[in-house]
Design a protein around this ligand. Sequence first.
Ligand SMILES: *[C@@H]1O[C@H](CO)[C@@H](O)[C@H](O)[C@H]1NC(C)=O
Ligand SMILES: *[C@@H]1O[C@H](CO)[C@@H](O)[C@H](O)[C@H]1NC(C)=O
Length: 364
Amino acid sequence: MARVRWKSLYALGLDRPTSWSWIMWTAIFSLSLNIFWLIRAFVHRTPPNVFSDWEQLHNLSLVNEDALRDPNPIHNHGNVIATSFFTDEFATAIATLGHSLNRVNTTARRLMMYIPEQVSPRGLCLASATGFQPHPVERIAPPDDGKGVYQHFIDQYTKLRLWELEEAGARGVVYLDADTLVTRNFDELFALPYNIAATPDVYTNKKGFVIQFNAGVLFLRPDAALFRDIVKTIPTAKYWRHEAEQALLNTFYAKDVVRLPYAYNANLAIKARSPGMWEGIKRDIRIIHYTMVKPFTRDNKNYALVPMGELEANARRRGKSEFGGIFAEEMETWAQAWRETYTTYEAKLESCMLLSNKPGYQLQ
Ligand SMILES: *[C@@H]1O[C@H](CO)[C@@H](O)[C@H](O)[C@H]1NC(C)=O
Ligand SMILES: *[C@@H]1O[C@H](CO)[C@@H](O)[C@H](O)[C@H]1NC(C)=O
């Protein structure tokens, strides 16, 4: 039989069995490649694009009329600088952030949203030692029991409660993630007559600089009714679940976001992608965002609280040893800010250490 088949192939001009096997291997290769791309398309489905897959999720007017009529928006008593404190690991980082705000003479009220069940009296005491007023909030759980959300973003939907700060008298809010440090006054943000502003994000993978914003620094006009509308869209809106509230907010506000310059959210990833541009923005930087290396954690996996006496050296060590030392200068900036925080607030910080470090305890 086989001999007969080869014979007919010879008739087609394929005169050697090796040509036939070559064709077979090409066909198998091409088929496998197709299967590979199909699987890839399903497993790594491209996340919805906030512009080309745009959804109407709100009916806000573009300009915030109340803010537009405010004769002195920079000194409005409703201006608030907010941060979030969801686990004890960030306690000393928030104390340092608070001190960095003191140094630039900001006049806005400072609120620290925290989840009472998840932080300890000690953590709360440390984090609020330098000027943040604790503001308890109820956790907002991620959809589908957190399926698909990056582990370190598991509490992040709770950040949406920023919009509820209207009930605490807030009219304009600058939100800062706990891993940020302020190096210059940014009060000019409070004059924005818009509902939302943020800095475009940057990734270290092939995505690089993108148009979607990073939610580590936000300017927003809180609105309690809108808060309820945003929360309603959590399970239904089309967004990349991995990135939790950041992806949701990019979808919710999409076309309406005022893009802030990189100096307002000087994410370390910018320096990794474009050291030249980092040099260019350096003198204007208001807020450094320690994304790739957190000076107050041991490494990027172990977020356990570093003892206060070791923090300065820890920041310097990580600055020198990681990513070829490209962040040494920014780590040094943080180390000095921490040293100043500690020298200024030593008595208060040390008294916090006498409190319980068990999460969920009520402050006496
Ligand atoms: C916005 O307004 C339109 C027209 O009044 C309405 O059909 C739509 O449901 C509204 N959308 C939202 C999200 O409120
Ligand atoms: C903050 O205010 C103090 C006291 O008025 C002043 O000495 C200092 O220079 C100010 N700092 C900045 C960054 O404006």
